[in-house]
Design a protein around this ligand. Structure first.
Ligand code: AMP
Ligand code: MG
Length: 414
């Protein structure tokens, strides 16, 4: 028996960041930047108004108030996207909209609310100003956001919507990011039938293909679905060949890896590559295989649907994120107060639970009911896996544990 941490360490040793590729920026969402991004422009490129109002010379507003307004001559009306050759001279103003370039001569903007336009509505050849403004008031100077030549986004950054917006403002339609791993998903077992087939005697539908494929997608991999291999040497070999031809970066199989049982899956995997068959000190999800087939890593998940998902989260998720160039690959955890006594055991427990937030504190309640590793609807009812350390006899209600949040897919980069 090996510990969960030891199994994870032995697996992750074989993974590293994949190489970079150039993609349109919208395909780069949630991926890791593989180049430093410098700006070749100032952003904003020109000084402009931060408000709808009047561009003027701040010196003209000295002493202005509602009781003693300053009256200025309105030279023009300037919308965003337009420019003017007119110059703001003492005693004049240009009506200006947010984002329009600050006209020559002007050094501040007074908002409509502080003028006769704000008071009475409408505008004309003259405007009254009711407030004194300081220099550069309501003006966004050129380069305020980004300076030409500046390093804006560093290699290794995970690209979120705001980073994509910045790339767009820099005029970068494409960007270098770490490519996504291609992950083969293979279900094994004589008892399995495909989703659209009738179930015959002794048969069940292949659900692992779908939950595992969905997890691959959720964590940023490109799934390569190999369907079902019957427990026959030729069948399994053919599927592996298919995966190798599709140039996958990782094989994920399910079932047929329990220690002790006679299984062709184990036999074939062991003959086709270098494979270890472990018993991991966890519940659910004890059997696990790991090795390489012609240089491609293979994680052999257990067959039971809950065990397969829990094992995926512990072992396949960090492997995929590592290939994606992510630095943080740990499943996000929160500290929770358990609301019921929980019986522990020799193995590390991943207890399907519902975590809720009350005030500032997270509480966890095991879902109860039938909790076998074949009960996939228990995962439907859970939103977290409560981590009960190995060797725990009992956790009393009110004590604290950590919980892995099933619905927080991202690791937190801080
Ligand atoms: P095994 O690891 O082959 O002993 O399988 C353990 C349990 O998981 C058995 O009850 C199998 O029928 C079930 N099982 C295996 N593969 C799948 C699958 N792809 N979808 C749903 N259940 C499965
Ligand atoms: Mg089997």
């Amino acid at each position: 028996m090996i510990s969960v941490d030891e199994a994870r360490r032995r697996i992750l040793e074989h993974f590293h960041s994949l190489e970079a590729e150039k993609v349109p920026i919208l395909e780069a969402l949630d991926r890791v930047l593989a180049e430093d991004i410098y700006s070749n422009i100032d952003i904003p490129p020109f000084s402009n108004s931060a408000m709808d109002g009047y561009a003027l010379r701040f010196g003209d507003t000295v002493g202005a108030s509602r009781k003693s307004p300053v009256t200025l001559k309105v030279l023009a009306d300037l919308a965003a996207g337009h420019t003017t050759r007119l110059k703001v001279e003492p005693g004049t103003a240009i009506r200006i909209m947010t984002g329009a370039p600050l006209p020559e001569g002007a050094d501040a903007v007074v908002r409509f609310e502080e003028t006769s336009e704000g008071l009475r509505g409408g505008w004309g050849p003259m405007v009254e100003v009711y407030k004194e403004v300081s220099p550069r008031k309501n003006v966004r100077p050129a380069g305020e956001d980004i300076r030409q030549g500046e390093l804006v986004l560093a290699k290794g950054t995970v690209l979120r919507p705001q980073e994509l917006g910045v790339l767009a403002s820099l005029g970068r339609p494409e960007v270098e990011v770490i490519r996504r791993p291609r992950v083969a998903v293979l279900a094994t077992g004589d008892e399995l039938v495909a989703i659209d087939e009738e179930i015959g005697p002794g048969q069940i539908r292949n659900s692992n293909e779908y939950s595992n494929t969905a997890l691959v997608i959720r964590y940023g991999g490109i799934p390569v679905r190999l369907g079902i291999a019957k427990d026959r040497i030729e069948d399994i070999k053919a599927k592996i060949r298919e995966g190798l031809e599709a140039q996958v970066d990782l094989f994920l199989t399910s079932a047929g890896v329990s220690v002790g049982e006679y299984d062709v899956v184990k036999e074939v995997l062991a003959s086709e590559g270098e494979m270890d068959f472990w018993q991991v000190n966890m519940k659910p999800g004890k059997p696990l295989a790991f090795g390489q087939i012609r240089g491609v890593p293979l994680i052999g998940l257990p067959g039971n649907p809950v065990s397969a998902m829990v094992s995926f989260e512990q072992f396949a998720r960090p492997a995929i994120l590592t290939m994606l160039g992510r630095r943080v690959v740990e499943k996000p955890e929160v500290e929770v107060i358990v609301d019921e006594d929980i019986i522990g055991g020799a193995r590390r427990g991943f207890v399907r639970s519902v975590v809720t937030k009350r005030g500032d504190v997270y509480h966890a309640k095991p879902i109860g009911g039938p909790g076998g590793s074949g009960i996939l609807t228990s995962m439907v009812r859970a939103n977290a896996l409560l981590v009960v350390p190995e060797g725990t006899t009992v956790v009393k209600a009110g004590e604290r544990l950590r919980a892995q949040m099933l619905d927080w897919p991202e690791g937190v980069e801080v």
